[in-house]
Design a protein around this ligand. Sequence first.
Ligand SMILES: Cc1cc2nc3c(=O)[nH]c(=O)nc-3n(C[C@H](O)[C@H](O)[C@H](O)COP(=O)(O)OP(=O)(O)OC[C@H]3O[C@@H](n4cnc5c(N)ncnc54)[C@H](O)[C@@H]3O)c2cc1C
Ligand code: SF4
Length: 497
Amino acid sequence: MGKPTGFMEYPRRKTPWRDPVDRALDYYEIYTPAEEEQLKKQGARCMNCGVPFCESDHGCPIDNLIPEWNDLVYKGKWKEAYERLTKTNNFPEFTGRVCPAPCEGACVLGINEPAVTIKDIENSIIDRAFEEGWVKEQQPAESTGKKIAVIGSGPAGLTAADQLNKAGHSVTVFEREDRIGGLLVYGIPNMKLSKSLLNRRVKLLASQGIEFKTNCNIGVNISTDEIKKAFDAVLIATGSTIARDLSIPGRESSNIHFAMDFLTQNTKSLLDSSLSDGNYIDAKDKDVIVIGGGDTGTDCIATAIRHGCKNMVNMEIMSKPPKRRGLDNPWPLWPNILRTDYGHEESEKRFGSDPRRFSLMSKEFTSKDGLVTGLKTVEIEWVQEKNGKMTMKEIASTEKTWNADLVLLALGFIGPEQKILNDFGVSIDDIGNIDSAYGKFTTNVDGVFSAGDARRGQSLVVWAMNEGRGAALAIDRYLQGASRLSAPMIKLGSLRD
Ligand SMILES: Cc1cc2nc3c(=O)[nH]c(=O)nc-3n(C[C@H](O)[C@H](O)[C@H](O)COP(=O)(O)OP(=O)(O)OC[C@H]3O[C@@H](n4cnc5c(N)ncnc54)[C@H](O)[C@@H]3O)c2cc1C
Ligand code: SF4
């Protein structure tokens, strides 16, 4: 274990982000380089608990061997730490940057002290591995002669492709966009995950034998029959892409956009032309309202701030979370507490207050000459019914109209697009996701598997990677009868079938 008394000697110290005023002037990553001595101290705080809850059902979804690499970092054995990390994690440079770190919520130290900075350590191990040249192209030892189509190049598809390629299969990844990465490229903005890191990884995967085909919309410009004929197995990893809308009066007004249109166009224009082509929804000098919180809402706030918006308000229907865990939210559950993310911090610095307004229900958009001019809201309270269900009640005389000339809807996603599923003949479950059991990843169609948000619904990068590894194992077994691939343990909380 790290240092037996480390947790008593050293406080939690996170590697700081760049200054919020400076970083909001550009699209470079928000992170600063970590200091080795600080990381060693954080590694020293890890107690190598008898039961490492950071790896449990409530902890890391991909079973990262956290206490082991914490100890190796404490001892300065960085290369061994890298080797240990990549036993379970195909792309630590993605999770090290964008994972919300459920591991830290479940860290045993978190019972009475702030948790070890696990995510910082993970990120530093992989960044160092790339700097030192330890991350090398690895060709599969043998070829099975089996061909697999992976449809969708988000974290689920990329992880599965990496695993299946390692098992010696010939893997082709089909992506309908012009760039590989799914939401890693056109969802999460550059300041949170640099696209140069994504490209570096995709190049490495291609050099190891994975074939990538962009601008291939399966079910539209290549039929599912062609795919079924040409491949021995198919993985559908098409994500959860149907955005939830807000059907209130005035919705038809111009300048009300889905968050993903705003974010995708911005990143595409940034990568194509450093925004000089003007092919994006511009928030400059606009009163912007972002409806909906979560990562998507935060990314919209941060992007609009970089455009130079005039004002920013972020509406949230839920009530303001507490600063500390409630009694109904004990350790090691994910802490439902108020978190200030990078976009909130930047907005507060730019405009002098936190942009979030909680417990507000949107009632109607106002407009003039077809252009949105504002949003009418009413305050609500959440009340627990006798059956335990929370319902919302409007509070009388709390109507308010907010100015807006750009509104971004970040209300989440309701499921995967259905056409490709219908074409393959794949069944869906009662909420519109692919009907495919967690842990098995099979569908009702022989040889067709599924993983990621298309199967589990809108989730996280690390869960998409969990499912990508699990689906690769299932496909390898289907094709070969047995498999040497490793996959995360079944997480009981994800078993809904
Ligand atoms: C704006 C935003 C920010 C987020 N930020 C975070 C974060 O900070 N941390 C975190 O952990 N999670 C975050 N998430 C969630 C996370 O990105 C997703 O859970 C994850 O990307 C899902 O991975 P996936 O591989 O299942 O699907 P996706 O990443 O959605 O990839 C699916 C891919 O399939 C392609 N596709 C769809 N249909 C077809 C077809 N017919 N033919 C070919 N290709 C097709 C799509 O174009 C897409 O590229 C965020 C989500 C959003 C929207
Ligand atoms: S992938 Fe996420 S949960 Fe797992 S160790 Fe990294 S930060 Fe923690």
